[in-house]
Design a protein around this ligand. Structure first.
Ligand code: SAJ
Length: 432
C-alpha cells in the first residue's frame, strides 16, 4: 500500500517523535492534538518535550513543509493513534483518550484507509473497542479498511534512535491489515517488522513492560533483604550478574513513568485471578518510596519532622525531564507529610511547581541549609558531585543515596555519613 498523507493523533512523547519522523521520510503528516497550546507551539517551532534529537527532527520536518498541526482530524491514507492510556484511581485503564481519538476518525474514514493504534492498551482493545467505534462510519474493519495494533517500544531518553532501529511488532486484525501496517512503518523503521495479530501485539507490549517491572521488583526486594542481613546489594548483584544466565536490574527509589508503573495493572485488570505475581511485583515497587522514607528516618535517628531535606532529582529516572508517576516526587510528598521542609532540585525541570516543595535552580541552593541530602535520581549532572564540592556548599552530615552514586571512603573523610539503599549496617555506611 502507498501512503502519501497520514494523521498522527496525539503529539506527546510518542506521537510527536513518530509524526516528525514520518514527515522527514517524505510523508505529508498532520499532527493532531486536543491541546491547542501544543498545536500553536508547534506552528512556531516550539517543542514541549525534552528528548535528545527530537528538536532537530521536528525543525527539519517543519522546514520541509511535510509536518503541520491541527486540533481536528482531516481525511488521509492512514491514521496513527498515539494518545495516553493512564490508569484510573482503581488501577483500571482509562481508555477515554483512545475512544475519543477513534471517534474523531469516524467522519473522515474512507475505504482503503489504515488505522494503527499505538497506545499501550489492555488485551483485545483493538478488536473490541477501536474496531466497533470505527465501524460507526458504516465501513467494516478488516474488509473496507485496515486496522492494526503496533505498540511503541522506545525508551525515553533514546526515543529517536530506538524508533528507527528497534524491531517493531505489527498486529493486524487481518493479515492484509498487518501487511498495510508494515508498508506504512517501513517508511522509516530499519529494525525488523514482525507481523502478527492485534491481540498478540497488545500482549507482547504488556508482557515486555511487566517483565521489566517484575525484575526491578526482585532487585528492590533484594535491597531490603540486603539491609536486613547486612550486605551490600550492589556488590551482590554485580557478582551474581557474572553468572551466565543471571541478569539482575538495579534497585532504586521505586518505579515511575507512565509505562512500567502503569501497564502491568492492565493485565491485573484483565485477569486478577491469574495475574498474582504481576500484582505483587507492582505492590513491591509501589512500596519502595515508603521504604526510602523509612531509611531516611533511620538515618536521622528517628523523627523526620522539622528536618530540612535537600532532594536531588525529581524525574522518574535518570536523564529525562519527565515527572510523571515519579517515585522521587512521592518520596518528597511523604517527607513533607511527615513534617520535613523539602527543597527540590531537578536540573531538567528547575521551574516545576510541585505542591509541598520549594524548588531551586542549583545544587548549591538545594544543599545550602540542609540537614539531610537525598540523592533520588542518577542524572549525569550528579555524577560529578564530589565530597569536596558538596562540603564546600553545605554543613549537612547525612546523605541518603538511593542510586549508588556516592561510594567510597572519601565521603566519610569529608565528614559525611552516606546511607546507601541496599547496604546493610553490617557493611558500614560508607563502604564502597
Ligand atoms: N528502574 C529501576 N531499576 C532498573 C531500571 C529501571 O528502578 O534497573 C526504574 C527507573 O528508574 C524508572 C522505571 O524503572 O523509574 C522505568 O524506567 P525504564 O527505563 O525501565 O523504562 P521506561 O518506563 O522509561 O520505558 C519502558 C521501556 N520498556 C522496557 O524496557 C521493557 C520502553 O522500551 C517502553 O517503550 C516504555 O516503557 C513504554 O513506553 O512502554
Amino acid at each position: 500500500m502507498i501512503f502519501r498523507k497520514i494523521c498522527v493523533l496525539g503529539l506527546g512523547y510518542i506521537g510527536l517523535p513518530t509524526a516528525s519522523t514520518f514527515a522527514t521520510h517524505g510523508l505529508q503528516v498532520l499532527g493532531v492534538d486536543v491541546n491547542i497550546n501544543i498545536v500553536n507551539g508547534l506552528h512556531q517551532g516550539k517543542i514541549h518535550i525534552h528528548e535528545p534529537g527530537l528538536a532537530e527532527v521536528v525543525t527539519e520536518a517543519l522546514a520541509s513543509g511535510n509536518l503541520s498541526a491541527a486540533t481536528v482530524v482531516e481525511p488521509a491514507d492512514g491514521f496513527v493513534i498515539a494518545v495516553p492510556t493512564p490508569f484510573l484511581p482503581d488501577k483500571t485503564a482509562d481508555m477515554q483518550a483512545v475512544k475519543s481519538a477513534a471517534q474523531s476518525i469516524v467522519p473522515v474514514l474512507q475505504p482503503g484507509n489504515l488505522v494503527v493504534l499505538e497506545s499501550t492498551s489492555p488485551p483485545r482493545t483493538t478488536c473490541d473497542i477501536v474496531a466497533p467505534i470505527l465501524e460507526q462510519s458504516g465501513l467494516k474493519a478488516g474488509i473496507d479498511f485496515y486496522l492494526c495494533y503496533s505498540p511503541e517500544r522506545v525508551l525515553p531518553g533514546k526515543i529517536m534512535t530506538e524508533l528507527v532501529h528497534n524491531a517493531r511488532v505489527m498486529g493486524g486484525i487481518t493479515p492484509a491489515s498487518a501487511s498495510a501496517g508494515y508498508d506504512l512503518y517501513r517508511t522509516f523503521v530499519k529494525g525488523e517488522i514482525v507481523l502478527t495479530d492485534a491481540t498478540t501485539a497488545e500482549m507482547v507490549k504488556l508482557m515486555e513492560n511487566t517483565f521489566r517491572d517484575i525484575n526491578i521488583a526482585i532487585a528492590n526486594e533484594f535491597s531490603r533483604l540486603a539491609d536486613r542481613v547486612g550486605i551490600d546489594v550492589w556488590e551482590a548483584i554485580q557478582i551474581a550478574n557474572m553468572h551466565p544466565r543471571i541478569h539482575f536490574l538495579n534497585p532504586g527509589p521505586g518505579v515511575g513513568g507512565h509505562c512500567i508503573s502503569v501497564d502491568p495493572w492492565f493485565l491485573v485488570e484483565t485477569a486478577p485471578d491469574i495475574a498474582r505475581l504481576i500484582r505483587t511485583a507492582r505492590e513491591v515497587n509501589d512500596w519502595q518510596p515508603h521504604y526510602v522514607v523509612n531509611m531516611v528516618a533511620r538515618a536521622v535517628g528517628g523523627s523526620i519532622a522539622g528536618k530540612q531535606m535537600a532532594v536531588l532529582g525529581l524525574a522518574y529516572k535518570a536523564d529525562v525531564d519527565d515527572l510523571r508517576e515519579s517515585p522521587a516526587i512521592e518520596i518528597c510528598h511523604l517527607l513533607h507529610a511527615a513534617g520535613a521542609a523539602v527543597t527540590g532540585y531537578e536540573p531538567y525541570k528547575p521551574n516545576a511547581a510541585i505542591p509541598g516543595l520549594s524548588m531551586v535552580g542549583s545544587l548549591a541552593e538545594a544543599v545550602d541549609d540542609a540537614d539531610v541530602i537525598l540523592l533520588l535520581v542518577g542524572h549525569q549532572q550528579f555524577h560529578g558531585i564530589t565530597p569536596e564540592l558538596l562540603r564546600s556548599m553545605t554543613s549537612a552530615k547525612v546523605i541518603v543515596d538511593t542510586v549508588n552514586l556516592l561510594t567510597g571512603s572519601a565521603w566519610e573523610d569529608a565528614g559525611f555519613t552516606v546511607h546507601r539503599l541496599g547496604v546493610g549496617q553490617g557493611r558500614g555506611a560508607n563502604q564502597g
